[in-house]
Design a protein around this ligand. Structure first.
Ligand SMILES: CC(C)(COP(=O)(O)OP(=O)(O)OC[C@H]1O[C@@H](n2cnc3c(N)ncnc32)[C@H](O)[C@@H]1OP(=O)(O)O)[C@@H](O)C(=O)NCCC(=O)NCCS
Length: 175
C-alpha cells in the first residue's frame, strides 16, 4: 500500500510494504518487503532498506545509508551523512556511509553521526547521540552514547556481564 498523499518515485518497493502519508521516496532507493514506512519519512536515492523494517514518523534516510532486515527506527531519529557540512559546498570526500545491521533498534530522537555501523540486534536508547560504532547486541544510550549493557534478540536487557534482572547469565550469538 502506498498512500495517495505520498510521493513515491522508486519502483523498487517490496509488495507488502506500507508507505503512509506525506512520505517522499526518491527513484533509486530500494525498500524491501513487509516494511512499515510511517508518515513524514524521506528516503533519498542511494539508500537500501531490507525486509520487515519499521521506520517511524519523521525520519530521513540520506544517501549512503543502508538499513538491514528487521531494523526498528524510532520516531524523529536523525541520520547524518556529512561530518562537516557547509551550505553549497559539496564534496564526496565529506560523505560517509552508515550501516544499521539486522535486528537493531534506534530509539526515538536519537542522532546517528556519519560513518558509524550499528551492530546486529544492538539497541540505542531514546535521545542518544551515536558517535562511534556500536557492537552487536550492545545496549547504548546517552550523549555521547556509551555502553550500558547488552540486549537479547527478544529484548531482555542485560548488564555488562550479560546477566538479566534476575541474575541469569545469557549467552549471546557468536560466542
Ligand atoms: C534504553 C532503555 C531501553 C533503557 O531501559 P531500562 O534499562 O529499563 O532503563 P531504566 O529505566 O532502568 O533506566 C536506567 C538508568 O538509565 C537512564 N536512562 C534510561 N534510558 C535512557 C536514555 N534513553 N538516555 C539516557 N538515560 C537513560 C535512567 O534515567 C536511569 O538512570 P539512573 O540509574 O540514574 O536512575 C529505554 O530507556 C529507552 O530509551 N527505550 C527506547 C524508547 C523508544 O525510543 N521507543 C521508540 C518507540 S516509541
Amino acid at each position: 500500500m502506498i498512500h495517495s498523499l505520498s510521493n513515491v518515485l522508486s519502483k523498487n518497493i517490496g509488495p507488502n510494504t506500507e508507505v503512509w502519508q506525506f512520505c517522499v521516496i526518491l527513484p533509486e532507493a530500494v525498500v524491501g518487503d513487509n516494511c512499515n514506512i510511517c508518515s513524514h519519512v524521506f528516503i533519498e536515492n542511494n539508500v537500501t532498506i531490507g525486509n520487515n523494517v519499521t521506520i517511524k514518523n519523521g525520519v530521513q534516510i540520506w544517501d549512503g545509508i543502508t538499513i538491514e532486515d528487521n531494523v526498528f527506527i524510532g520516531p524523529n531519529a536523525t541520520f547524518t551523512n556529512e561530518l562537516i557540512p557547509r551550505s553549497k559546498v559539496h564534496s564526496s570526500d565529506n560523505m560517509k556511509c552508515t550501516l544499521v545491521k539486522k535486528g537493531a533498534t534506534i530509539g526515538a530522537n536519537s542522532t546517528i553521526l556519519p560513518g558509524v555501523t550499528i551492530g546486529e540486534y544492538a539497541f540505542i536508547g531514546a535521545g542518544s547521540v551515536v558517535t562511534k560504532d556500536i557492537e552487536d547486541y550492545g545496549l547504548f544510550y546517552g550523549n555521547p552514547a556509551t555502553q550500558k549493557g547488552y540486549i537479547t534478540t527478544e529484548g531482555i536487557i542485560l548488564d555488562m556481564e550479560k546477566r538479566d534482572a534476575d541474575g541469569v547469565q545469557h549467552i549471546l550469538k557468536k560466542e
